[in-house]
Write a protein that binds this ligand. Structure first.
Ligand code: CA
Length: 229
């Protein structure tokens, strides 16, 4: 499994719908994590730091609207796109869905092809490195296509792991990543790596970022992990 694979969190209580969507999302090359109620969905938002959330409106325990509201009010998850699914087609619900902060809204029964297109579109917008674009943070510039990183115009030498770490940080500046989340994202979850390995590579990344001067842009968050800025 590739570490570059975008993660989709699918929150849907109907098993048949969940199966069909998981199958299609995996066929599109996504890594899919599934939740069958809103409570589990919120837990997986924390554990998995998904790139995008496909969220059913009517859910047991915590409703889709409430999940959406919580994700969109938290600074670390606010920029994660949410596509809401609903059996209701009334215009008033569409408005309520968008007011809650959902990025897109799809009414059931939907076309799977269309839903996949919308997932890709939201992801392109939210995670440009997956689409081969340039990410910028202050004086750091990362070109995910040419794998070139510069700081204040000077080329930085980075190992492949440090490059993937930096891409992850630059996709969501300010977001705090736990060591486990970084392991999943950068090394891939099928590989066993000790969490201390993350610290070693963070150390190398810090050194690499400062090789031509400039301050250390990475922040150690005690008991939580690391963040850029
Ligand atoms: Ca439902």
């Amino acid at each position: 499994m590739s570490a570059e694979q975008p993660t989709v969190l699918l929150v849907e209580d109907e098993p048949a719908q969940r199966e069909v969507l998981s199958y299609n999302l995996e066929a599109e090359g996504f890594r899919v994590v599934r939740a069958e109620n809103g409570e589990e969905g919120l837990m997986l938002v924390d554990e998995e730091a998904p790139d995008i959330i496909v969220l059913d409106w009517m859910l047991p325990k915590v409703s889709g609207i409430e999940v959406c509201r919580q994700v969109k009010t938290r600074p670390d998850t606010r920029s994660t796109p949410i596509i809401m699914l609903s059996a209701r087609s009334e215009e008033v619900d569409r408005v309520r869905g968008l007011e809650t902060g959902a990025d897109d809204y799809v009414v059931k029964p939907y076309s799977v092809v269309e839903l996949m297109a919308r997932v890709r579109a939201q992801l392109r917008r939210a995670r440009p490195s997956a689409a081969g674009l340039v990410l910028e943070y202050e004086d750091i510039r990362l070109d995910s296509e040419s794998h070139r990183v510069t700081r204040a115009g000077e080329t930085l030498k980075l190992g492949p792991t440090e490059f993937r770490l930096l891409s992850t940080f630059m996709e969501k500046p300010g977001r705090v990543w736990s060591r486990e989340q970084l392991l999943d994202r950068v090394w891939g979850r099928d590989i066993y790596v000790d969490t201390r390995t993350v610290d070693v590579h963070i150390g190398r990344l810090r050194k690499a970022l400062c090789q031509h001067g400039g301050g250390d842009p990475l922040r150690t968050v005690r008991g939580a992990g690391y963040a850029l800025g």
